[in-house]
Design a protein around this ligand. Structure first.
Ligand SMILES: Cc1cc2nc3c(=O)[nH]c(=O)nc-3n(C[C@H](O)[C@H](O)[C@H](O)COP(=O)(O)O)c2cc1C
Length: 244
């Protein structure tokens, strides 16, 4: 990736970027330069993809009308999430950190229409799926190699899990790269998936073909607040030695 001089960001170590890449939901309305957007996408595309399929597609939305329509959908999905899952969390309304997060979420909900840039990450695997599905003979041979029990498990969900997880694992690393590059350039962004409560609406607004899945909506802009360190649990809490 060709790097341009940092714009109010950090050209520090990758660790510095990772440890300060928080979900930033308060954005200025000023536009993000097109060259910078291309740089973010170039960083995203450095990520690997299953079978080197490179099906990542990033819809770069700056059209005010489409963003206004996305904002209407966003208000609905944010309210669905808050009413259902947000309020179910015991930290809701009690934990000061969580209260601040919800204030930021409400700010983003109320200002979404002013977002200068929204990137919607999709994965287009239609051609490959079509090729694989047409090769029924090879599938039967491969399933025979697995033996009857494994073959049954594969047919009952294993193949679908492989398809879905491989596809997700081919887009989320790219989204993370995009977020890290945004942080390194001083841009605020946050990874979101609540649009999946109303994916059909988002696909309609952005004219996304029916066979293509969307994975994240990432609002991006210059930050209104400051980047701080992420707060995460210590590694020991996530490590299991040799077995679960
Ligand atoms: C898979 C995934 C989905 C997320 N979806 C949303 C979302 O829809 N809306 C939102 O405001 N934040 C979303 N987030 C951001 C998380 O809420 C955020 O990363 C978490 O609260 C930690 O905050 P921090 O990154 O600022 O430390 C998502 C994060 C991940 C990894």
């Amino acid at each position: 990736m060709k790097l341009t001089p940092s714009i109010g960001g950090t050209d520090g170590s990758l660790v510095e970027v990772m440890t300060t890449m928080r979900a930033m939901r308060r954005l200025r309305a000023d536009p993000v330069p097109r060259e910078l957007v291309r740089e973010l996408i170039a960083a995203a595309l450095c990520a690997p993809s299953a079978g080197h399929q490179q099906g990542q597609v990033f819809i770069v939305v700056t059209d005010r009308d489409r963003i206004a329509r996305l904002a209407t959908v966003w208000r609905m999905v944010a309210e669905i999430y808050e009413g259902w899952m947000g309020k179910a969390d015991p930290r809701y309304g009690t934990d000061p950190v969580y209260i601040r997060t919800w204030e930021a979420i409400h700010y983003q909900r109320d200002h979404f229409h002013e977002t200068p840039l929204v990137i919607v990450a999709c994965y287009d695997q239609r051609r490959q799926i079509g090729v694989v599905k047409r090769r029924l003979g090879e599938m039967v041979t491969a399933l025979r190699m697995a033996g009857p029990r494994r073959a049954a498990r594969l047919l009952l969900g294993g193949l679908s899990a492989l398809e879905h997880r491989s596809e997700a694992a081919s887009i989320y690393p790219a989204i993370q790269n995009l977020l890290l590059a945004a942080r390194a350039r001083g841009l605020a962004a946050n990874m979101t998936t609540w649009h999946l409560f109303a994916e059909a609406d988002v696909k309609e607004i952005l004219e996304i073909p029916s066979g293509v899945r969307t994975y994240a909506v990432v609002p991006i802009g210059w930050p209104l607040g400051r980047f701080g360190p992420v707060t995460r649990r210590p590694p020991d809490e996530a490590i299991r030695e040799d077995h679960w």
